[in-house]
Design a protein around this ligand. Sequence first.
Ligand code: C2E
Ligand code: CA
Ligand code: CA
Ligand code: CA
Length: 274
Amino acid sequence: KAAGKGMFWMFSPDLEAGMQHAIRLEAGLKHSLQSGEGLFIFYQPIVDAATQTVSTREALLRWHHPEAGWVSPCEFIPIAERSGLIFQLGAHVLETACRDAAGWEDGARVAVNISPVQLGKGTLLQTVLNALTTSGLAPDRLEIEVTETAIMEGRGSVGDLRQLKAIGVQVALDDFGTGYSTFSALRAFAFDKIKIDGSFVRAAVEHADAAAIVRAICDLGKRLNVVTVAEGVETRAHFDRVLEEGCMEIQGYLFGRPAPAERDLSAIERLNKS
Ligand code: C2E
Ligand code: CA
Ligand code: CA
Ligand code: CA
């Protein structure tokens, strides 16, 4: 108490338990990266609205901890970011995703999420080139997804994205509409795609204001020559709505949930039973 207001939290047992949990997860993540156990990449289809064929699959990381079970990426990605493990983890996702995509018979692209932490260090180009070279995947079949946070956190990140674009990799702006500086992000870099956050998409069936926002983003996409993707399309009603507002590509449970690669099916089944 003598330390004054705002200091007592340092000794909160909840906080300490939370920190211990995070430390345990960090150690587990390190182990999984070294052993290759418990880390999987799921793929979710993104469908071209005009042709109703799969244009892209998004790679989504899944992790099973020996004791904690399945841990959400929303929980372990921040831990990887804070500990620096994100560089190794990010390289692993890029390599695996490119290798998988090189084997897809339909020639769909693969989209890989990149953390803001991975940008602006000047190292991403080499990591991406390694993944492309070892997999033999054509650069234009790889798409990198970044959020506007990454763009706004420093000049270096835009430089890294320019390098990727120069070798033919596609770049998408993820979770569009949820941040603070969305339009500045669009001016800072010539994105190939805008992904409209699922919260707008799902609200658009019931609320005229949300529908107007989705339409405005799609119109903007057309004027900027950028492909617009609706995320989080769960129902036929969502689908009809985003089509009417002019979205060009669709992602969501309606067309498919994230699913493992064939080779991981039996390992995942074993983990689910244990
Ligand atoms: P995100 O990039 O916005 O990914 C989309 C999230 O929405 C995924 O959650 C996906 O499973 C979920 N989703 C897809 N369709 C629907 C739908 O119709 N309805 C609803 N309610 N949700 C849907 P997930 O897989 O839990 O990933 C959460 C976040 O974790 C991702 O959000 C991304 O920011 C991050 N993440 C996942 N994998 C990676 C990775 O390899 N690297 C990095 N840096 N981040 C990753
Ligand atoms: Ca994404
Ligand atoms: Ca998203
Ligand atoms: Ca999101």
